[in-house]
Design a protein around this ligand. Structure first.
Ligand code: MF3
Ligand code: CO
Ligand code: CO
Length: 259
């Protein structure tokens, strides 16, 4: 069931979204050569609790971490472990604080140990930018009357034109008091397909883009999702509100557009 958020609920979602954005900014600063995912996991717990919020991932369907940390060919849902980051690792941090009962969900992908873009392998940089810009192509579709298929179509078209692939099995999702609410927001699809968007809906857009083929598998730990062909995967995620005229990005970080 899709929930339409009231004015008060939207205000709470803005606060949760802003906290998620701030959390992601702070955790990304910790991604350095020699630092382990477990250290970031602990920092995420401490930072979030100090803000009076709770990390939603911990114990969510049994997930054993305070955030997801997905490295290189891990597509999503990476469990924070002791293995220290190496120079050139492709790292996604996905944070989801719950503030006053409402969730904010956002993620981003960076390369470890690169002072600037020019130090990154051009094909890896292209993968990161394709994932990020495809998310924005999807977000730009959002307005009352558009459909979830419009979002998926825009993302898939953008990514496939570059020559990369979109993971089909994991989707964006409604969000609010629940971590994963309706609607499902596919990152592939056709224009006009699926549920119509309405003012007051809140959901995520979070495409996972593989350098190689789109097929994935889930590890024996039941969480870690990897590309089948071992190719690198990048992802970006924002929590979005449908407004009367379009969208508002509830998890915008400094320098990112909000609407
Ligand atoms: N944050 C992820 C998402 O974007 C969900 C992670 S579920 C967890 O939907 F249990 F792995 F944390
Ligand atoms: Co999400
Ligand atoms: Co997320």
């Amino acid at each position: 069931m899709v929930t339409i958020k009231s004015t008060r609920e939207i205000e709470a979602m803005r606060k949760a979204g802003a906290l998620a954005a701030q959390c992601l900014t702070e955790m990304l600063k910790l991604v350095k050569v020699g630092v382990s995912p477990l250290e970031i996991d602990r920092a995420c717990s401490e930072w979030t609790l100090a803000k009076g919020a709770v990390p939603a991932p911990l114990n969510y369907h049994g997930f054993p971490g305070n955030l997801c940390i997905s490295v290189n060919d891990v597509v999503c849902h990476g469990i924070p472990d002791k293995r220290a980051f190496k120079k050139g690792d492709l790292v996604n941090l996905d944070v989801t604080p719950i503030l006053d009962g409402f969730h904010g969900d956002t993620n981003a992908t960076v390369v470890v140990g690169a002072a600037n873009e020019s130090e990154v392998d051009p094909k890896v940089q292209r993968l990161i930018e394709t994932a990020r810009l495809s998310m924005w192509e999807g977000i730009r579709q959002v307005r009352p009357g558009a459909t979830v298929g419009d979002i998926g179509h825009a993302i898939q078209t953008y990514v496939e034109n570059v020559g990369f692939s979109v993971v089909a099995e994991y989707c964006g999702h409604g969000i609010g008091r629940g971590f994963h609410e309706d609607p499902i927001v596919p990152h592939i699809g056709r224009r006009g397909q699926g549920m119509k968007l309405r003012e007051g809906m809140t959901f995520t857009v979070e495409p996972m883009v593989n350098m190689g083929k789109r097929e994935i598998f889930v590890e024996k730990d039941k969480w870690t999702v990897r590309t089948q062909d071992g190719s690198l995967s990048a992802q970006f995620e924002h929590t979005i509100l449908v407004t009367s005229s379009g969208f508002e990005v509830l998890t915008a970080r400094e320098g990112e557009p909000r609407g």
